[in-house]
Write a protein that binds this ligand. Structure first.
Ligand SMILES: C[S@@+](CC[C@H](N)C(=O)[O-])C[C@H]1O[C@@H](n2cnc3c(N)ncnc32)[C@H](O)[C@@H]1O
Length: 235
């Protein structure tokens, strides 16, 4: 199985070093389940100041990431590392479709994904129109750059890769994987400050434990995220 490769176009490649070095993602990198290749778009500038941004036409506050270095960085990937026309080029953007587990599962089947991290007031619209194949948002709020959003996406897709999780870990019961929120979990001690773990979890009766968890999962989803039930059959 070949590693899922991410090519990240960013003005801050150093941001990716530490966050991707620990836990499930760190292990996936070490075991070559995923591969992360950061490209500094500043390297694809041609002017003396290595400018990646410029003032917006029509005026306004922030600076805009220029198109040329981004297009050139993608051309570089096509020429030097065989990026295919069919490989997705994703712009992280608050204007994109909101990431969810279903989309993550579909994206995780790719062999290679290019991630473009916006900065400042965003990227030149010609990048959106003529280069990117998809825009993904991590939620209805604005952060200062696409780097953290890219890391969220990488983490989410890494844990979906075969063999990324240890034998004791599982994605099956995770919130959103089944379409519901996960049931409450407890560990030792069985009594803490007079708060007891539900008896059924200590009973060793696996059939009853499964039933209890399913009910808790449904109850919790109804209470916290009733929207997840829309269009769904509860039996
Ligand atoms: C300050 S934001 C620019 C927002 C832009 N002015 C707008 O209103 O759409 C800078 C960059 O951060 C990233 N970003 C901000 N919020 C995001 C979100 N919710 N999801 C994904 N990326 C986001 C994008 O790459 C964006 O280009």
């Amino acid at each position: 199985m070949s590693a899922l490769r991410f090519d990240i176009l960013t003005v801050f490649p150093e941001m990716f070093e530490s966050p991707l070095s620990s836990g499930v993602v760190g292990r996936a990198l070490k075991n070559q389940i995923i591969d992360v290749n950061c490209l500094d778009i500043r390297l694809f500038t041609e002017d003396h100041h290595k400018s990646v941004d410029d003032y917006p036409f029509g005026g306004g506050g922030g600076m805009i990431l220029k198109p040329e270095p981004i297009f050139k960085a993608v051309d570089h990937l096509k020429q030097k590392s065989s990026l295919k026309e069919s490989d997705p080029i994703i712009l992280l953007s608050p204007q994109g479709r909101k990431l969810n587990q279903r989309q993550a599962e579909i994206l995780s089947n790719n062999e290679r994904i290019v991630l473009i991290c916006g900065r400042y007031d965003g990227v030149d619209e010609r990048v959106v129109k003529h280069l990117v194949t998809d825009e993904i948002s991590i939620g209805d709020y604005v952060i200062s750059g696409g780097e953290l959003a890219a890391m969220v996406l990488i983490d989410c897709l890494a844990r979906l890769q075969q063999d990324a999780l240890g034998s004791a870990e599982s994605i099956e019961d995770d919130s959103h994987t089944s379409g519901l929120l996960q049931f409450p979990q407890y560990t030792r001690p069985s009594v803490y400050r007079d708060w007891e773990v539900p008896d059924v979890l200590l009973s060793g009766n696996h059939k009853e434990i499964k039933k209890f968890r399913e009910m808790e999962s449904i109850k919790r989803t109804l209470q916290r995220r009733p929207d997840l039930f829309h269009g769904r059959d509860i039996n």
